[in-house]
Design a protein around this ligand. Sequence first.
Ligand code: 5RP
Length: 266
Amino acid sequence: MDWGMKNRMSQLIQPDGHCFFLPIDHGYFQGPTTKLERPGDTIKPLLPYCDALFVTRGVLRSVVDPAGGKPIILRVSGGTSVVGKDLANETLTTSIKEALRLNVAAMGISVFVGSEYEHQTLSNLAELVNQAEEYGIPVMAVTAVGRELDKRDARYLALSCRIAAELGARVVKTYWCGDGFEKVVNGCPVPVVMAGGPKCETELEVLEFVYDGIQKGAIGINLGRNVWQIEHPVAMIQALRAIIHENATPKQALDIFLTLKDKGAD
Ligand code: 5RP
């Protein structure tokens, strides 16, 4: 691995081997979804507590302070919407020149294994890796399922993660799936981070699945809705950070959440 790639990877994965990425990229197909109506307002109070921010170039340019100092993972796939025919029909939306101009730490792209657009999205990933590796930029693959949330079982996720790693992703983002999640992580030769999916019923549920996933080998999270759609996101992000970087249990993390909430944290 050359210097540029090592430098970028070390911006993403912290010295303890773990990471907390904050995705605010949902607008690229969901529009102004709940709590992302004004993405700048969502990002601002949470930014100090994450290790990197996952956004599109549009949000980056318009609402993120270039002097803010957080590593950026640039979302570079898209071209679909929630009201369109098929969320899987993605293309590469952003050039490598743009990524260099924006001085990003990594690029993120979705793949839709098993969908009608499997070949297209896997080819997008391979092509992006070809370009990005030339400039020392890591690619994070997102194993996406579109609207088919029930696809999120260990067998399917293990297949998707492994394929993404084989095509050259340096990090793979996937879903926690409970039983068998260790098989997903063990079958993937590059680090795995977890997304959250739609908002859970309770804070404890989120803290428990994140803790379980870390015990089973994930190096961290790329958690969006279960942070910023929660009623007290600033308290929640600190509770989650304690699990990722301080080895807190779900019970300890819940105490952190409740204490901060009682002290008036947003
Ligand atoms: C959306 C994404 C998100 O980055 C990813 O799904 C994580 O967000 P959440 O925890 O809300 O699922 O790729 O396209």
